[in-house]
Design a protein around this ligand. Structure first.
Ligand code: FAD
Ligand code: DHB
Length: 390
């Protein structure tokens, strides 16, 4: 088999890239090692920057997003038991839209099915070869048969644990990363969200957040120890912690049946290069942010937008954008990294020694107090939360 672009991974990044390339008349094949049901079932991110909404709309996969997405003007920041609204729309005229990653993936899968795209699910032994040549290839086993795809380019959209980044010789790449002394316990609950906009809360017991997926489904998060296990958290214990950390006078959190719960570790990670010969990395394959600030999925969409434009220019005889992809996507990513780290450290309690912890907590209160009382600081938050321009 031959194609112009062989894409590894059918997460949001891979599916969107293949879709964008198709719109530009460039064929591609997607190879995914999990099943379609698994890909569709993964519950992850929930907030789309305004630019991400514009991209999905421009590419013709924004219909359900327009009718079912929940457009939010801002967020609430809560500390010391008080809730403060930050209105991005008033501050800078931009908004965000709450629409689950699962829904984005579902819309892309539907669009690809209608277009008859080639996507191999449940591929095993996926490997890449000839990355430094003009004819890179991808090999894999599907339905017991060995396949080889010869392509002009290979794109690694295979997430943090994928094989593409790992196929770059270790002496050619540096991995920058840091971990955090906390993790997120996330639940989905069948209950109408108790707030019109997301609530990010700093409490002495740790961070908590109220988010949502629809007018009938709430998504809630709690800071927990990274070594903690989900079996330690009964539904009752989760609700009790949420009531404590999100509580504010005159407001109450409505409970409902919990339909999903899991613990996700947090890390910051950036690879020193997103290109190696004719291999390009997009999304989590090249970088990871801690989730506070909701930048993971949005970064993947930004990478894909940029790479699709670069590949389109390449086939129209302009190689400069492709040559500059790695550097330009990394520069954008480092700006996003510092924002995600800033949001994360402002809102989570450090488990360190008691004295340092007590100081840090009060310093974070000062930080939030400044933010909620300075329009300049709020504009800075608004600009980054709703998405920096490419
Ligand atoms: P992925 O979604 O990881 O997709 C990669 C795809 O490649 C997968 O389908 C995988 O099966 C496939 N693949 C892997 N290896 C191979 C292989 N060898 N061969 C073929 N295919 C392969 N972000 C937020 O903003 N907010 C959140 O609340 C949030 N929660 C998250 C919770 C979890 C548990 C995780 C892991 C991430 C979360 N993120 C969140 C981050 C966000 O979901 C990611 O940034 C986003 O999914 C990146 O998309 P992607 O397509 O680059 O990678
Ligand atoms: C969600 C996740 C985030 O990381 C965030 O900052 C806001 C919302 C969510 O899953 O809804």
């Amino acid at each position: 088999e031959t194609t112009r672009v062989a894409i590894i991974g059918a997460g949001p990044a891979g599916l969107l890239l293949s879709w964008a390339l198709q719109g530009a008349g460039i064929n591609s094949i997607v190879v995914e090692n999990r099943s379609q049901d698994y890909v569709l079932g993964r519950i992850r991110a929930g907030v789309l920057e305004q630019g991400s909404v514009e991209t999905l709309t421009r590419l013709g996969v924004g219909d359900r997003l327009a009718s079912e997405g929940l457009q939010h003007d801002g967020i609430y920041l809560q500390y010391a038991g008080e809730r403060h609204n930050v209105n991005f729309n008033e501050l800078i005229g931009r908004t965000v839209t709450v629409y689950g990653q699962q829904q984005v993936v579902k819309d892309l899968v539907t669009a690809h099915e209608q277009a008859g795209s080639t996507i191999y699910y449940e591929a095993s032994d996926v490997a890449v070869d000839g990355l430094l040549t003009k004819n890179p290839s991808v090999t894999f086993v599907h339905d017991g048969e060995r396949h080889t795809i010869d392509a002009d380019f290979v794109v690694g959209a295979d997430g943090f644990h994928g094989i593409c980044r790992a196929s770059i010789p270790s002496e050619e790449i540096t991995l920058f990363d840091r971990s955090y002394p906390y993790a997120w316990l996330g639940i989905l609950a069948d209950v109408a969200p108790s707030s019109d906009e997301l609530v990010y809360a700093l409490h002495e017991d740790g961070f908590a957040m109220l988010s949502m997926r629809s007018p009938a489904v709430s998504r809630l998060y709690l800071q927990v120890d990274p070594a903690d296990e989900i079996t330690n958290w009964s539904d009752d214990r989760i609700w009790e912690a949420l009531h404590t950390r999100l509580g504010t006078p005159g407001w109450s959190l409505a409970e409902g049946p919990i339909t999903d719960k899991s613990i996700t570790p947090m890390r910051s990670f950036v690879a020193s290069r997103l290109a190696y010969g004719n291999l390009f990395l997009v999304g989590d394959a090249g970088h990871i942010v801690p989730p506070t600030g909701a930048k993971g999925l949005n970064s993947a969409i930004s990478d894909v937008t940029e790479l699709a434009a670069a590949l389109t220019a390449f086939y129209a005889d302009d190689e400069s954008l492709l040559a500059g992809y790695s550097e330009s996507a990394l520069a954008r990513q480092w700006r996003v990294q510092q924002f995600s780290r800033w949001m994360t450290e402002m809102l989570h309690t450090s488990p360190g020694d008691l004295q340092t912890g007590a100081f840090d907590y009060r310093s974070q209160l000062g930080q939030l107090d400044y933010l909620t009382h300075s329009l300049l600081a709020q504009r800075m938050l608004a600009e980054q939360y709703t998405g920096l321009k490419l």
